[in-house]
Design a protein around this ligand. Structure first.
Ligand SMILES: C[C@@]1(CC(=O)O)c2cc3[nH]c(cc4nc(cc5[nH]c(cc(n2)[C@H]1CCC(=O)O)[C@@](C)(CC(=O)O)[C@@H]5CCC(=O)O)C(CC(=O)O)=C4CCC(=O)O)c(CCC(=O)O)c3CC(=O)O
Ligand SMILES: NC(=O)C1=CN([C@@H]2O[C@H](COP(=O)(O)OP(=O)(O)OC[C@H]3O[C@@H](n4cnc5c(N)ncnc54)[C@H](O)[C@@H]3O)[C@@H](O)[C@H]2O)C=CC1
Length: 203
């Protein structure tokens, strides 16, 4: 059992630099997952052969840099995160070891045991983001749940969030007062959820 701790990374500024090793199907899947959430992420992808779709992405995005050769240890210089997706398991493991020695966080796509972090399935509604993990048990279930939740979550959540942000920005007083006020205003959400749950139970 993994006790994973979820975090949301700010990849969209110049501070963090992601290295992807491997330019095949998995490399493509991972670069799309990252850019779908953080379009301005600074990414270097290294591989001797790189799929046309990835070349197409790099041609559109100055923040994506392609290096057409096998991985070298110096590719880890000045990187913060690494996603390893070559079709050479031994080399994947070796890259993970070198990355660990440098205290870099590393994902090895086909080898959960070698991963410091997993990618998640992501529900997006405006500024709301829900990341789903099945602890590696079933990525397909994570994908399906994303579809279900995307359908189930109302589209007007963005309006509710904007209104709550406006209230939050205007509230004056100490921390405890702000928490109380925001809890009071949003109590209706909990009541509605409880009502629809008990409605379902008696159906
Ligand atoms: C552990 C983890 C590590 C990591 O890669 O980060 C991992 C590992 C593995 N994936 C495998 C296979 C598939 N992965 C997908 C899809 C996704 N996989 C993702 C994450 C993760 N995959 C991490 C755990 C996430 C969690 O905690 O649930 C998602 C959520 C995010 C993303 O990749 O961006 C993305 C869905 C995004 C979306 O659509 O929302 C599909 C389905 C499809 O593509 O349609 C299949 C085929 C069907 C199947 O096997 O289920 C295999 C077997 C390889 C083989 O058999 O050769 C392994 C290795 C193993 O399990 O041993
Ligand atoms: N295709 C899939 O759906 C999944 C595949 N996997 C595993 O992930 C790995 C990668 O899969 P694919 O992307 O489909 O393979 P692929 O064959 O499409 O691509 C492999 C890539 O790795 C590159 N590569 C090989 N040696 C390298 C090195 N030393 N340095 C840098 N790049 C190197 C190649 O040039 C190529 O770009 C495989 O081991 C596969 O078993 C895991 C999960 C799903």
């Amino acid at each position: 059992m993994n006790n994973l701790f979820p975090i949301f990374l700010k990849l969209d500024n110049d501070d963090l630099h992601l290295l992807i090793v491997g330019g095949g199907y998995v490399g493509l899947e991972k670069i799309e997952a990252v850019l779908g959430n953080s379009p301005e992420a600074t990414i270097t992808l290294v591989a001797p052969e790189i799929r046309d779709e990835i070349r197409g992405i790099a041609a559109q995005k100055p923040n994506v840099n392609l290096v057409f050769r096998p991985f070298e240890d110096s590719d880890l210089d000045h990187k913060d995160l690494v996603i390893v997706a070559t079709n050479n398991r031994e080399e994947n493991k070796r890259i993970k070891r070198v990355a660990r020695a440098r205290h870099l966080l590393c994902n090895v796509a086909d080898t959960p045991d070698e991963c410091d972090f997993y990618l998640s399935s992501i529900v997006k509604k405006g500024n709301l983001k829900v990341a789903i993990s099945t602890n590696g048990m079933s990525p397909t279930l994570a994908k399906r749940l994303r579809e279900v939740l995307t359908e189930a979550l109302p589209d007007d959540l963005e309006t509710a969030m904007e209104q709550l942000k406006a209230v939050r920005d205007q509230l004056r007083g100490d921390f405890e007062y702000k928490v109380q006020e925001l809890n009071r205003i949003t109590e209706v959400l909990i009541k509605e959820a409880t009502r629809s749950q008990s409605g379902k139970a008696t159906e």
